[in-house]
Write a protein that binds this ligand. Structure first.
Ligand SMILES: N[C@H](CCC[C@H](N)C(=O)O)C(=O)O
Length: 278
């Protein structure tokens, strides 16, 4: 079973072309369910290793170039993924599934994207931010005065003065499973303002259950909350990620359009063998 490995600022994904349903046949023939398949493929050391897995499928509406199924590395399905979108768009562009302007179907709605620099950069029009509200939590003896916002998936965002020494995993896990966000939980983002229209972000990701090197919808959530709070002046906001890459968030003043832009790397192509699943 052919697969490709791509990463967007260190948020890494296994991408498979399932337009002919071959992945489902492969999984069924091995008497697996998709969750088992995803967990085994995304496992570091024993599998390929990735934060998530993306199936590229034929679109329901022929006006769109493709549909995707997005899975976190724990096998859970997420409505959207900003960095995963950038990888999926690069994959579709290079495989001739789409041209420079791309439209694809996700559980969060139709996502439009633009291929830049022959796919080495991708700019994605995300879903309109929604459900914005302030949220104060007491976790592990710490009061977190933050905000909640949905930028395709749910995000809790809190500003801190010093981000590098923060125990993101411990605090992140406590917030991710906090009753305030039941039943589906939330991604957890910490941001530090590091310049005019520049922020640094670290993210504990739902479904990866750990800190990732970048989170596209998380970076966007932090940029939008920073704008709404007046911590930055406006678009574009540069987001420095844990992995060191810079993501650029563009948006209209009324937030009717929000774009995530950044680099994409196509790492390698490979072949999944059945023995991985025995
Ligand atoms: N783990 C997220 C989905 C992926 C989000 C992140 N990788 C991004 O780039 O937006 C969730 O379950 O909400």
């Amino acid at each position: 079973m052919r697969f490709s490995k791509l990463h967007a600022s260190g948020n890494d994904f296994v991408v498979l072309d399932n337009r002919d349903g071959k992945v489902y046949s492969f999984v069924n023939d091995l008497r697996l369910d998709m969750k088992d398949f995803v967990v085994k493929v995304c496992a570091f050391h024993t599998g390929v290793g990735a934060d998530g897995l993306i199936l590229i499928e034929s679109p329901d509406d022929p006006k769109n170039h493709f549909k995707w199924q997005f899975f976190n590395s724990d096998g859970s399905v997420a409505e959207m993924c900003g960095n995963g979108s950038r990888c999926a768009v690069r994959f579709a562009y290079e495989r001739g599934i789409a041209g420079q302007e791309v439209r694809f179907e996700t559980l969060a709605g139709i996502i439009k994207a633009e291929v830049l620099e022959k796919g080495r950069r991708v700019k994605v029009l995300l879903t309109k931010p929604k459900d914005y509200r302030d949220v104060t939590l007491d976790v592990k003896g710490t009061r977190l005065e933050g905000s909640f916002i949905n930028t395709g998936v749910p995000h809790f965002v809190v500003r801190v003065e010093e981000i590098d020494s923060l125990d993101v995993v411990s605090l992140g896990r406590a917030v991710r499973f906090h009753p305030a966000f039941e039943p589906k939980g939330t991604n957890v983002n910490f941001l530090q303002v590091v310049g005019e229209n520049k922020i640094k972000v670290r993210t504990y990701e739902r479904g990866v259950e750990g800190e990732t090197l970048a989170c596209g919808t998380g970076a966007t959530a932090c940029a939008i909350v920073s704008y709404l709070k007046g911590w930055v002046k406006g678009s574009p906001v540069d987001v420095f990620t844990k992995g060191g890459d810079l993501l650029r968030i563009h948006f209209l003043p009324d937030l009717q359009e929000v774009y995530l832009e950044g680099p994409v790397v196509w790492v390698f192509d490979g072949e999944l063998r059945e023995e991985l699943f025995l």
